[in-house]
Design a protein around this ligand. Structure first.
Ligand code: GCO
Ligand code: MG
Length: 410
């Protein structure tokens, strides 16, 4: 073992600058630190306990250089496999170890992953509005800020609260679904109204902004396969960049039906955790983009495995980058995005400015592209003093009920 690379401490840090984040900090005997994102929206403390109570004791004294072996120890060694809590915990350890390795090498992480395959990482921003005029304003704000690809979501007439729509349109991606409080907020849902409205929304944005602007939309797991097939077909004239999470995709075979009916590109995966969750989707080429995040799929090691498998079938990456991915998770994703050949696009929902008080990150946005920066490691540091000002507060994602009260997928 190289002198000084033994793990001396493993700390679980919880802070809530505008929203909750769980961060893992690993320090070696010679004082090199690495950070990993362990945030699982609405279930934060379970990952914190998993790490603190069950993982940290296993890591103390082991060699921080042995990333693959540590990954296998945590995956195989738990006996209980997969699942968001386990894979988020493994991700945090994995990213922290990659951060340490890259710092020791004196290189930004992407150099260790094979070096840059492109100059920057194309991102998409979030536009939303209470009505179509407000949505247009939101798109305009993003295009003037330099965004070159935009996700569009708007309130559906007749439904009170809708996924992806801010109460106020600020242009900045301010939509934060997790609501503080001990209880999840309930929202209403009506798929028929939604299915009628979304093609109108696309038509109006295409009319206003022309044919070329890449437009994305998130269905947030709310449709049945035949409904998703219908929507995919209806959107074809507007050439969406992708339709995201059209059905609850833990039933991977369901995507066969959607695929048979539409050429609208499909993106799936933010709730998935391992390559096994994508096996049928990728092998049968039922999707075009893998939407997984570094933070929920076992880190750089886990997500790279998924992306490499996807590459064999012409499926590209489209990493999750919502506000519940901390700057640590975001930075890790950017290093991987820059390095892999089958990169597609990266989500970039900008954090509340308070987040930058706790996480100081080296990544930069210019002309629609993010770059992870060239600091050694992943390029993020954690400010303990600032973090201490923002105590954890319980916060939960909303739940959705149909008009007759039936629980629906949110
Ligand atoms: C997205 C996502 C998010 C999720 C959130 C859940 O595409 O950005 O759907 O908005 O709802 O990340 O924690
Ligand atoms: Mg989504």
């Amino acid at each position: 073992m190289t002198a000084g690379t033994r793990i001396r401490s493993v700390e679980v840090l919880i802070s809530s600058p505008s929203r909750n984040f769980v961060t893992l900090r690993i320090t070696t005997e010679d004082g090199v630190t690495g950070l990993g994102d362990a945030t699982l929206n609405g279930r934060e403390l379970s990952v914190a306990s998993y790490l603190r109570d069950h993982v940290a004791p296993l890591l103390i004294g082991t060699d921080a250089h042995r990333i693959e072996d540590t990954w296998q120890l945590l995956y195989r060694g738990a006996y209980w496999r997969r699942g968001p809590v386990t894979m988020t915990a493994i991700a945090a350890v994995d990213v922290a170890l990659w951060d340490i390795k890259a710092k020791r090498a004196g290189m930004p992480l992407y150099q260790l992953l094979g070096g840059a395959s492109r100059e920057g990482v194309l991102v998409y921003g979030h536009a939303s509005g209470r009505d179509l005029a407000a949505l247009h304003d939101s798109v305009r704000t993003l295009t003037s800020a330099g965004f070159q690809a935009i996700r569009i979501q708007a309130a559906v007439p007749g439904i009170t609260t809708v996924y992806g729509v801010s109460k106020v349109s600020t242009g900045r991606s301010s939509y934060e679904p997790a609501g503080r409080g001990a209880l999840a907020v309930e929202s209403g849902w009506d798929t028929d109204r939604y299915l009628r409205f979304v093609p109108e929304m696309f038509a109006s944005v295409r009319e206003e902004f022309g044919a070329e602007l890449p437009l994305l939309h998130d269905g947030h797991h709310r449709m049945t396969p035949i409904q998703a097939a219908r929507l995919g077909k209806d959107l074809e004239p507007y050439r969406p960049f992708w339709l995201e999470d059209c059905t609850p995709a833990e039933n991977q075979e369901a995507l066969r039906l959607v695929r048979q009916h539409t050429t609208t590109p499909l993106a799936i995966g933010e709730v998935m955790n391992t390559v096994w969750d994508f096996q049928t989707l990728i092998r049968e080429q039922l999707i075009d983009y893998v939407r997984a995040s570094v933070a929920h799929t076992g880190g750089i090691t886990g997500l790279r495995r998924i992306f490499d498998y996807a590459a064999l079938y012409g499926v590209r990456s489209g990493s999750h980058g919502a506000t519940d991915i901390s700057p640590v998770g975001m930075a890790a994703a950017l290093h991987l995005d820059l390095a892999i050949n089958n990169f597609g696009i990266q989500e970039y929902m900008q954090h509340d400015p308070l987040v930058a008080e706790v996480f100081h990150s080296a990544y930069t946005f210019e002309g629609g592209y993010l770059h992870p920066g060239d600091e050694p490691g992943i390029g993020v540091s954690y400010d303990d003093d600032a973090a201490a000002r923002f105590a954890y507060e319980p916060a939960y994602l909303p739940v959705a009920r149909r008009v007759d009260g039936t629980m629906h997928d949110w």
